[in-house]
Design a protein. Structure first.
Length: 119
């Protein structure tokens, strides 16, 4: 059974920082592309950042220079360090694991963790 369990969300003031963690089980973590997505009320879910099995990273323009994604394959965990947080970063943040093989695709989601940026 695949599980992605996020933690680290909460309430933070503008300009503050949070670190999200996502612990994975039930998959060969090291070969998956791991990502963080977010969904604000009334908006579509969007990619925040992802990291390939080789460590190549991609970021949404809105978070470049403020957020950093990283992974620890020994701990089956992916992180999202969020600095200089803005009110518009408020959303539910979801962890995602993706793998595409020659025969099928795999796509798993966590339950989400709320991040609220407000004074």
């Amino acid at each position: 059974q695949v599980q992605l369990v996020e933690s680290g969300g909460g309430l933070v003031q503008p300009g503050g920082s949070l670190r999200l963690s996502c612990a994975a089980s039930g998959i060969i973590f090291s070969i998956y592309v791991m990502g963080w997505y977010r969904q604000a009320p009334g908006k579509q879910r969007e990619l925040v950042a992802n990291i390939t099995s080789r460590g190549t990273t991609t970021y949404a323009d809105s978070v470049k220079g403020r957020f950093t994604i990283s992974r620890d394959n020994a701990k089956n965990t992916v992180y999202l360090q969020m600095n200089s947080l803005k009110p518009e970063d408020t959303a539910v943040y979801y962890c995602n694991a993706q793998l595409v093989t020659t025969t099928r695709g795999y796509d798993y989601w966590g339950q989400g963790t709320q991040v609220t940026v407000s004074s």
